[in-house]
Design a binder for this molecule. Structure first.
Ligand code: SF4
Length: 195
């Protein structure tokens, strides 16, 4: 499996299938454990990610790490993190439907190879492009969906929590559901100091 993932990574890092290739510094393949049972899907790389070549390294990423830590999850062991598109949209705009559709086969191949039991959809863009344009994060967050033959939990994007800290309470409730599900499906002994 590692061979297949590495081959896929090589292909993705060379991709120029959409025009986001022209302005990027790095293609952000994603990172984490390629045997993880949780696959986190964000929107797109931002400036920090594009410069460093890693997903979720800016303020949003630091907040995501804190939430994962409270759940007893680490990037290295429990999750794999990637995005709807692998290259930064200029000015951090939302990826267009065409960009998302062009990049989507890469994400679906990653999910297929990593084969997680749980998907976490971070924010409105991940929800819409994974589940349908009519989906609304305010309505669907905290409710399990069935996607790609797996369970998927939509939650607010950490950037939304930074803009509006009042969303943190709901988000923590949603992540608690993820911890409970992880204990059900993956490891009944999973330890979190807070859940
Ligand atoms: S965003 Fe996706 S499809 Fe577009 S160039 Fe980057 S890797 Fe390829």
């Amino acid at each position: 499996m590692d061979i297949e993932i590495n081959l896929l990574k090589k292909e993705i890092l060379q991709c120029s299938k959409c025009h986001l290739a022209a302005s990027r510094n790095h293609v952000i393949f994603g990172e984490g454990n390629t045997n993880a049972q949780i696959f986190i899907i964000g929107e797109a790389p931002g400036r920090d990610e594009d410069l460093q070549g890693r997903p979720f390294v800016g303020k949003s990423g630091q907040l995501l790490d804190k939430i994962l830590d409270a759940c007893g999850f680490t990037r290295n062991e429990h999750v794999f993190i990637s995005n709807i598109v692998k290259c930064r949209p200029p000015d951090n705009r939302i990826p267009t439907p065409q960009e998302a559709a062009t990049c989507m086969p890469w994400l679906l191949k990653q999910i297929d190879l990593i084969n997680p039991k749980i998907l976490i959809l971070l924010g409105a863009t991940a929800l819409k492009y994974m589940a349908g344009a009519d989906r609304k994060i305010t309505r669907e967050r905290g409710n399990w969906l069935s996607l790609q033959n797996r369970l998927a939990m939509p939650v607010y994007h950490p950037a939304a929590l930074l803009r509006d800290p009042s969303l943190k309470r709901d988000t923590w409730e949603d992540f608690k559901k993820i911890v409970f599900k992880y204990r059900d499906l993956v490891n009944p002994e999973h330890y979190s100091a807070h859940v």
